[in-house]
Design a protein. Structure first.
Length: 331
């Protein structure tokens, strides 16, 4: 059956079939080609979208802004201090107001319930630009990048190292299960995803002929990997106090040369970014100096090395977000 995503919200990948995800990947590729060849694609001229950000962002915000403008959309950006939402107006009321003015709403914030509530009341597509639980727009960019770099998704061995129960760990496990990629979370058991989500993903993976593995063993977990992926060890919204315990848990899971050498020769390194691969950031410097470290979740050598595809991955955020907007608003 032909895929039609018009009017749908994009809240988490669990809501989408592999065929629908495939459709978004193919549309991302088409739009990337149009952009690269300088062909106009302002198919949504005359429509408007609003971006609500309760947490900071570089990639997601800029992707929505550039993608929106390329599609001919008017774009409004509101940060947490810039609207009444939450303080003076409920999520449901905000959704009903914005839904009368805009053709789509992006939300980045804390709880998944908020983005689900916005979608329930808005009457227009709502896109999850990251919550504590899921980061689904990042998934389309990541799948696109894997397919571009390795030529396929099926039978890929994907290893996620680090905080496997954060928004990235959760989302990547779901994305892999949906697309028939073998997923391994290589992490301390304290940071494994919830049993409920793991069981759900195991069931989905089985339908798509792939596997879900959780291991604390770095040597075994990263052997034969096609993709090594990591994310920051402390996510937005977590208190600074967690750094100490997180470092203790996660230092053995740093992506370094030894890890990359244990993976397949042609393996790629991925990271959703931003990354603490050196001390050239305020937080990186503070944490590095406090704990005597020069790099955190990934070494500078791996980040800057030949196997790293992080900036192609970052570019793909824009192409894939454009596909999500176009598919759900509909030309
Ligand atoms: N990867 C990602 O979502 O980056 P931003 O936080 O900069 O949007
Ligand atoms: N886990 C990270 C992802 C950033 C894109 C965070 O939530 O801060």
């Amino acid at each position: 059956m032909a895929v039609n995503l018009r009017g749908r919200s994009f809240l988490k990948l669990l809501d989408f079939t592999p065929e629908e995800i495939r459709y978004l990947l193919d549309l991302s590729k088409e739009l990337k080609l149009l952009k690269r060849t300088g062909m106009l694609h302002d198919k949504l001229k005359g429509k408007n979208i609003v971006l609500l950000f309760e947490k900071t962002s570089t990639r997601t915000r800029c992707s929505f802004e550039v993608a929106g403008r390329d599609l001919g959309l008017g774009v409004t950006y509101l940060d947490s201090a810039g609207s009444q939402m939450g303080k003076k107006e409920s999520v449901a009321d905000t959704a009903r107001v914005l839904g009368r003015m805009y053709d789509g709403i992006e939300y980045r914030g804390f709880s998944q319930e908020v983005v689900e509530e916005l979608a329930k009341f808005a009457g227009v597509p709502v896109w999850n630009g990251l919550t504590d639980e899921f980061h689904p727009t990042q998934m389309i960019a990541d799948l696109l990048t894997i397919e571009e770099k390795l030529g396929r998704l099926k039978e890929i061995n994907f290893v996620y190292m680090g905080d496997a129960r954060n928004n990235m760990g959760n989302s990547l496990m779901v994305a892999c299960a949906k697309m028939g990629i073998n997923f391994t979370a290589c992490a301390p058991k304290e940071l494994f995803p919830t049993e409920e989500l793991v069981e759900k993903c195991k069931q989905i993976a089985k339908e798509n002929e792939s596997t879900i593995t959780l291991t604390e063993n770095v040597k075994e977990g990263t052997k034969n990997a096609d993709v090594i992926y990591t994310d920051v060890w402390v996510s937005m919204g977590e208190p600074d106090e967690v750094w100490e315990s997180r470092l203790k848990l996660l230092l053995p899971y740093q992506v370094n040369k030894e890890v990359m050498n244990n993976a397949k020769k042609e393996a790629i390194f991925m990271h959703c970014l931003p990354a603490y691969h050196d001390l050239k950031t305020k937080v990186g410097k503070e944490i590095g100096e406090k704990f005597g470290l020069s790099e955190l979740e990934v070494t500078d050598e791996v980040f800057e090395g030949k196997q790293s595809v992080v900036f192609d991955e970052a570019e793909n955020r824009m192409h894939s977000i454009k596909a999500i907007i176009l598919a759900t608003i509909g030309a």
